[in-house]
Write a protein that binds this ligand. Structure first.
Ligand SMILES: [Zn+2]
Length: 304
């Protein structure tokens, strides 16, 4: 959910128990190397529908956290797994993603806190600013930073490189959807999505929120007779009924089910992308209300 509503989401989530979901390894478990094959990825639900990620280098037992908004849960997870947290990767400044940075930096004085150069001034505790196409090593793992603005102007997606890469794409790309265009236009989102289209189809998509069911319902409303979308929606509903994440998907799956990514792939016009997003923004009553509040807010604070 957007930062504006982070306070609302946080209500009642303080005492929720630590839940850690294991992500199946990219290849043979425990394979060595600096890329995705040498890493174990854990997903930790936070707030009402955010996901935090912990990427562990199996060889060194060092770890990197992505958007660890709940610092206590993240520290408990590191203790439980006996790993050293060495870096925090922030996808964007919104408090439901960066809200744990300051507490983690206070608890771990040598922690590197990373953010995109254009969001860094608005992100707490940043020690390292990264630019588009910068390649970095954290915890002995190799990452490629991709500037993917639109939801915020400094949004960064982090690609854990390897044979089956992992893309930590925050609120730019969701399973079957994309983030609100809060600081960019439809052209900005098309350019950001086009960067993902250059990645291998085996890339696993680790996004910032559990929005899959609503996104698939919207996708199905655009193509009511698409049987694949119906199947995917049933699968997602079943997983959520069991309180399991619907994430990760793969880029190959998104190319089948994500209306925004598919439109970008087909070279849609700016106006078509804009209409697609507007349709999602007003697809539900709650979405319409949120859109209205954000429109009023941006009228008074055009840079916010
Ligand atoms: Zn968010």
């Amino acid at each position: 959910m957007d930062a504006l509503f982070a306070w609302f989401q946080g209500l009642g989530s303080e005492a929720s128990p630590l839940q850690v979901h294991e992500v199946a390894p990219a290849t043979a478990a425990g394979a060595a190397g600096a890329g995705a094959e040498g890493a174990a990825i854990k997903m930790i639900p936070a707030l009402s529908d955010n996901y935090m990620y912990l990427i562990v280098n199996n060889a060194t037992k060092q770890a990197v956290a992505v958007d660890p908004v709940d610092s206590k849960k993240m520290l408990d997870c590191c203790t439980m797994l006996s790993v050293d947290l060495v870096a925090v990767l922030t996808t964007h400044y919104h408090s439901d993603h960066s809200g744990g940075n300051a507490a983690l930096a206070a608890a771990l004085p040598s922690l590197e806190v990373v953010a995109g150069e254009k969001d860094a001034d608005r992100t707490p505790a940043v020690t390292r600013r990264v630019a588009d196409e910068e390649r970095c090593h954290w915890a002995g793992l190799q990452f490629r930073c991709l500037a993917t603005p639109c939801h915020t102007r400094g949004h960064i997606s982090y690609l854990l490189e390897g044979q089956s890469p992992g893309l930590f794409c925050g609120d730019t790309l969701f399973v079957a959807g994309c983030g609100r265009f809060m600081e960019g236009t439809s052209a900005t989102m098309k350019a950001s999505l086009s960067k993902f289209l250059t990645l291998p189809e085996t890339t696993r998509i680790f996004c910032g929120h559990e929005y899959t069911v609503g996104n698939l319902e919207y996708a199905l409303s655009l193509e009511p007779s698409n049987t694949l979308l119906k199947e995917r929606l049933q699968e997602a509903c079943e997983k959520r009924r069991q309180q399991l994440p619907t994430i990760p998907s793969t880029l190959a799956e998104e190319l089948q089910q994500n209306p925004f990514l598919r439109a970008a792939q087909k070279g849609c016009s700016d106006e078509e992308m804009s209409q697609l997003r507007r349709g999602k923004d007003t697809f539900t009553t709650l979405g319409t209300v949120i859109t209205w509040v954000l429109d009023v807010k941006s009228f008074f604070k055009p840079d916010g």
